[in-house]
Write a protein that binds this ligand. Structure first.
Ligand SMILES: [Zn+2]
Length: 183
């Protein structure tokens, strides 16, 4: 793709999207959009601010960075001995270790709390990790998500409840600008 933006436009665009539209999240959204799924972003009233909300499937998707959300890192306290078990995709830094432990641990706790609230309210929670969205895993990961969407939809389907029909279309939708987000 040719870069047709001026530096100022580019800056404006990047600073606008920096906070939420992280690259792994865009990959997921593009895949869903290409396969005909519609979703919304930044939905008020849905706990935990999921990255992608699919009301029809009553599913909230979180796209988590492996480091910040501590993918696979285990903190354990045993006989007053605190141990950290790092994982392949998240290693607690050797310097400022206490700060990072607190940071990652509280992120993990907050995530779990958000997922729990959503599940208690009848939402399916899907957590996608950055490492599962690498090019060689992306298709496989997304096909699994597709199965989860349909399974949950069928499991919770109520033929008397027609409110799911057009529910995504009624509300302003986040249309994807493919040129802008073509990554
Ligand atoms: Zn990971």
């Amino acid at each position: 793709m040719t870069d047709i933006m001026t530096p100022i436009q580019r800056h404006r665009c990047m600073s606008h999207i920096r906070s939420r539209n992280t690259k792994p999240e865009i990959k997921v959204r593009q895949w869903l959009w290409r396969h005909g799924y519609r979703y919304r972003l930044c939905v008020k009233g849905v706990p935990g601010k999921p990255d992608i909300v699919m009301r029809k499937y009553r599913t909230a998707i979180f796209v988590n960075g492996c480091f910040w959300h501590g993918h696979g890192v285990q903190f354990t306290m045993h006989n007053s001995q605190f141990t950290i078990e790092n994982s392949e995709c998240c290693r607690i830094p050797q310097s400022n270790t206490d700060f990072w432990i607190r940071k990652i641990q509280s992120n993990q706790e907050r995530d779990q709390q958000n997922y729990r609230i959503l599940r208690e309210n009848g939402w399916q929670v899907i957590v996608l990790w950055e490492c599962q969205l690498k090019p060689k895993y992306l298709e496989q990961t997304m096909l699994r998500i597709e199965v989860q969407l349909h399974d949950y939809y069928l499991a919770t389907f109520n033929p008397k409840d027609k409110s799911y029909i057009h529910v995504e279309e009624e509300l302003p939708m986040a249309a994807e600008d493919m040129a802008e987000y073509n990554v």
